[in-house]
Design a protein around this ligand. Structure first.
Ligand code: AMP
Ligand code: GLY
Length: 366
């Protein structure tokens, strides 16, 4: 990466996914003097190790679920007594969204521990509330909110079936009111940024705080050290001004000196079109047509995720294939546009959820 960036005189590198961040790609670029958006490996531990994040929360009094870290399955089972049921079992390391079990019964909890076997686990208290995601730009001690969003993790309508990387999203998330967002910045994101800076491992990039909005206020469920997918596709069209300049300011340590990021005030909705079989083995190679027709719908952008150009044209290559985003003045209008666009697309091997944004629409209709 360093070689490629040098050779092409690259001004800014944005490291997207977690694996290269945890592996230290940003470290290597920074050492070579190349502006990079994304944390060094040490700060990427916020996503790379759930135990690291939980300990950081405990030391800095950051609200999160009570927890224990264990190394042995027997200790994990012993810890179950402490939290009651439901209880949450988490693999410590990166697991591509598959390392978490929210156990509704004792036997489910024990089965999850048995399946994980010995090795680092976090056992934690179950938090009740609605989830929302807060995206903050962080450069050392400076942390500013960028946007909020809500994801839909389950593959099936009505939030049923296995977890996925996300089947749809909308932004902003009104459930995270300005007051709650300010609390989350003051009580969670800000203290995290300061703790990492004080430890000599400052964070630089976007910090994605997965929050549970509990009766006691926002609590941290987990951190990601990157933009979420599909949250990113929902947020990007709402960002007013020069997004590249914003990323460059973070990469060069100038976040405190620039105008805070502004959103357009519109609403957006993103529908993921996945290949049949996802999140298991997705059908590969299915033909996709009429993307142009979908993009004729006002306010719509179709982002390619898992596509490739085959001999006959555009084909599916991956689990989540397209992210269809629509922007409008209200959620209802954004949603209508997004589904109108999805319905234009001819992709026989694809499927999508028809109920993205159901929480928000229920609130709008209430
Ligand atoms: P994570 O990978 O940590 O985001 O966990 C995946 C999902 O599990 C979250 O989005 C929540 O829906 C759920 N979850 C994780 N931790 C908890 C918790 N302590 N209480 C309730 N639900 C949780
Ligand atoms: N959509 C959830 C994530 O990107 O982690």
């Amino acid at each position: 990466m360093v070689e490629l960036a040098n050779k092409n005189r690259i001004d800014l590198v944005v490291v997207g996914p977690e694996a290269p961040l945890v592996a230290g790609v940003a470290d290597a670029l920074r050492e070579a003097g190349i502006a990079v958006f994304g944390p060094n490996a040490a700060a990427a531990q916020l996503e790379g190790s759930k135990g690291f994040t939980k300990d950081l929360c405990r030391v800095n009094h950051i609200p999160t679920a009570d927890y224990v870290r264990v190394e042995l399955a027997a200790d994990a089972k012993a810890a179950l007594e402490r939290f009651g049921i439901p209880v949450v079992i988490k693999a410590d390391g990166l697991a591509a969204g598959k390392g978490v079990t929210v156990a509704m019964t004792r036997s489910e909890a024990e089965a999850a521990i048995d399946a994980a076997g010995d090795g680092p686990l976090v056992v934690e208290e179950f938090l009740e509330g609605e989830e929302a995601s807060l995206f903050a730009l962080v450069d050392g001690e400076t942390a500013v909110p960028l946007a909020s969003a809500q994801d839909h993790k389950r593959v099936g309508e009505g939030d049923t079936g296995p977890n996925t990387g996300g089947m749809g999203a909308y932004a902003p998330a009104p459930v995270l009111t300005p007051e709650l967002q300010a609390r989350a910045m003051d009580e969670i994101v800000g203290p995290t940024a300061r703790a990492l800076a004080a430890a000599g491992t400052p964070f630089s990039g976007v910090l994605y705080a997965g929050l549970m909005l509990t009766a006691e206020g926002p609590k941290l469920i987990e951190y990601n050290v990157r933009f979420g997918d599909p949250e990113c596709e929902a947020i990007m069209p709402l960002i007013a001004g020069d997004f590249a300049e914003l990323l460059h300011a973070v990469a060069t340590g100038r976040l405190a000196q620039i105008e805070p990021p502004q959103l357009s005030g519109e609403h957006s909705m993103t529908i993921i079109v996945a290949a049949r079989g996802y999140p298991g083995t997705p059908a590969s190679g299915g033909l996709i047509r009429e993307i142009d027709a979908a993009e004729q719908v006002e306010g719509v952008t179709v982002f390619h995720a898992g596509t490739a150009l085959g001999e006959k044209g555009l084909v599916a290559k991956g689990g989540r294939v397209l992210a269809v985003t629509a922007v409008a003045d209200t959620f209802a209008n954004a949603r209508a546009r997004a589904y109108r666009a999805v319905d234009q697309i001819d992709f026989a091997d694809g499927f999508h959820r028809r109920d993205i944004g159901w929480r928000e629409l229920a609130r709008e209709n209430a």
